[in-house]
Design a protein around this ligand. Structure first.
Ligand code: PAF
Length: 303
């Protein structure tokens, strides 16, 4: 299959390397990572050891293959710009998967693409951008894929098979929206807390105060999901969040990595979006508000 991965950050590069074992993969990202891949190939260290040679370009315009599958792994604040750029690459049969953090990517995609073309996925793998051309796989996780209309198409089954064949443990869901919510709830505590306290994911369960914080944030975020009609329970979400923390204990969350690199964070698409939805339902969002304030002040300091 011809696969284009737009967003060659830690997760995009990891998945690109794994998928390139049996497929033609083009990574789209930024210098100096892309130039390092062009010259020396892409190295994955940590939980996965791999050195692959694959095509890497800095602009969607330079993608020279006709894509069967486009995987979006850009940060959520870049979704709108990116989807406009990929429109010319879309053929009749091209599937598009958003494999991003946040609660607002699908609505942005729906403005441009037909609903039945859009697939989405969530992953709990942990990966760190080590240095240009090198990604450290810090935690193995699971990946869930689904069509946003819930249909179980042959195309979806093929993509799930392709991921599993590449060593990316994947399964299909007929309620991917629920999984996107679950992932956002997981991110709503791990990402801002690790960003603010400048710690690895695992520290959140080593420090009793932070463990308590994880639990109460999980509860608040799950209440917002429930008000929106998403059938998730706080107890289960606390359990799932702790499981992700344990499996990615050595990871620096994507939000902390953004702060460390002086980049914008996804706080608005995760906690910010939870606040907006919570407000619509008159649900308490005070913890999410504090987290947005804290991470925004941090971003301003390190700008
Ligand atoms: O955003 C992240 O960092 C990841 O989604 C996760 C799974 C929390 C691991 O760090």
């Amino acid at each position: 299959m011809n696969i284009v991965i737009v967003g060659a950050g830690a997760i995009g590069s990891l998945f690109g390397a794994l998928l390139s074992k049996k497929n033609t993969v083009v990574l789209v990202g930024r210098a100096p990572h892309i130039s390092a891949i062009q010259h020396n190939g892409l190295n994955i260290t940590g939980k996965t050891h791999l050195h692959v040679k694959l095509s890497a370009v800095e602009s969607v315009k330079d993608v020279a293959i006709s894509a069967n599958l486009i995987i979006l792994t850009v940060k959520s604040y870049d979704t709108e710009t990116t989807i406009k750029q990929i429109v010319p690459q879309i053929q009749e049969e091209t599937a598009i998967i958003s494999l991003q953090n946040g609660l607002d990517n699908i609505e942005k995609m729906e403005h441009i693409f037909d609903k039945d073309r859009i697939l989405a996925g969530v992953t709990t793998h942990g990966a760190i951008f080590s240095h240009p051309g090198v990604i450290r796989h810090t935690g193995k996780g699971k990946t869930i894929l689904g069509a946003i209309d819930g249909s179980q198409s042959k195309q979806l089954k093929n993509i799930v098979h392709l991921f599993n064949e590449a060593g990316i443990e994947a399964q299909a869901s007929d309620d991917i929206i629920k999984e996107i919510w679950a992932k956002a709830i997981i991110n709503s505590s791990i990402n801002p807390l690790t960003a603010f306290f400048n710690c690895k994911n695992g520290y959140l369960l080593e420090n009793p105060l932070l463990e308590k914080s994880v639990e109460i944030i999980c509860k608040e975020s799950t209440c917002i999901a429930q008000a929106e009609g998403v059938p998730l329970t706080a107890l289960d979400m606390i359990h799932r969040t702790k499981e992700v923390i344990n499996n990615t204990s050595k990871n620096y969350s994507s939000m902390l990595q953004s702060i460390q690199q002086g980049k914008k964070t996804e706080i608005d698409s995760i906690n910010g979006k939870l606040i907006t939805i919570g407000r619509q339902h008159r649900i308490d969002t005070s913890l999410n508000k504090i987290l947005v304030e804290l991470v925004t002040s941090l971003t301003d300091i390190y700008k």
